[in-house]
Design a protein around this ligand. Sequence first.
Ligand code: HEM
Length: 351
Amino acid sequence: MSTSSPSQLRTTAFAPRLAALMDDHTGRDVFRLEPDTVGVAGHEVMDRVLAARRATETERPTFKPLQGRSISRADASAVTRAIGQDVREALGRPLPRAVDLSGPWPLTGHYFLRDLILGRDPYRLRLLMSRNLELTTLLTRSVVTLGAALPGWPRPGDRLTVLANRTATAAGYRERRFAMGLYRRTAAPVCFTVSTLVANALWLGAPFDDSVPNRNIVHETLRLLPPSWNLLRNASPEYPALDSRIGTQDDVLLLPLLSHRDPALWDDPELFRPDRWDELDPDDTPGYLPFGHMSERCWGRHMVIPLAELLLDLIRTSGLVVDPGQRAATVPLLGLLGVDEVRLTHPARRP
Ligand code: HEM
């Protein structure tokens, strides 16, 4: 299977600190990053660190405390199940006709998913999915505060998504503020992460050969551009006991970004080769941790993969192409790793 053509014509520029991290540490297992932080990219040490204890509530990516309140495991699990039902319902519905996914990605995919999954929710809730809210927490706070205070709070009922129905049961200003924050915390990752993942896939490999399954494209994209490129564990007595290079005061930064390119683990580690997943099991491949460790793997992965496959299907059957004039993209240093913009266009009509 061809692995070369499109991606070799495209240049991916990683933010300088990411590039330095990859240049200096790929293939190493444990190394010092800061006076109080040790990096870990060796698959055996990663396994041991992640298995040593559960992530605390401030280390978890999704359900960190909100508005000064802890989110209980029961609440986290209930809202994740709610969005899961909404995603399943959206996937079971006939797709909107005449979908046009051309434009800048991941933005275009983000808004498509928002409308597909949450399209029937009231404006004050859908507004929480605006990408502009990433710019400042102040802006997010204002939108949440206003939304909770304004009259006309949504009433539970059939026309809302399951997630919005939970939100609608909140009574009183404080509870409504919290419920809006939780709506955003739960729904945003679906649209943000899936559109980022698909933008990464398009950049790395489009156009894809017809014989390549979407599932393999997704796994290989998660390898080379894992949206969750690092996992943080704060200093803890378990860690120095596992490896003497980790001090008692050291935080540990686990780096799937590096283990996914370790030449000791992968053939042609820098090449986008979806066919490698014909043979590999993504749940049991050493050093491959796009959704975290098996002891507490991402709760959202069962939504992420089918949604990414749906988007890839729509794009692959639409004839859209990555703008042939786009030869470079950057990968900024952000919590969610991805190319900043990929332009999808209709192929130029031949005369
Ligand atoms: C491309 C998409 C996604 C990727 C790559 C991803 C990756 C990860 C990773 C690496 C972890 C483990 C973190 C750690 O151990 O510190 C994790 C945990 C988790 N993820 Fe995801 N995730 C994605 C999307 C989602 C979505 C859409 C949801 C839910 C709506 C979600 C919910 C969670 C939850 C609940 C956890 C458990 C830890 C927590 O309480 O935050 N993820 N995810």
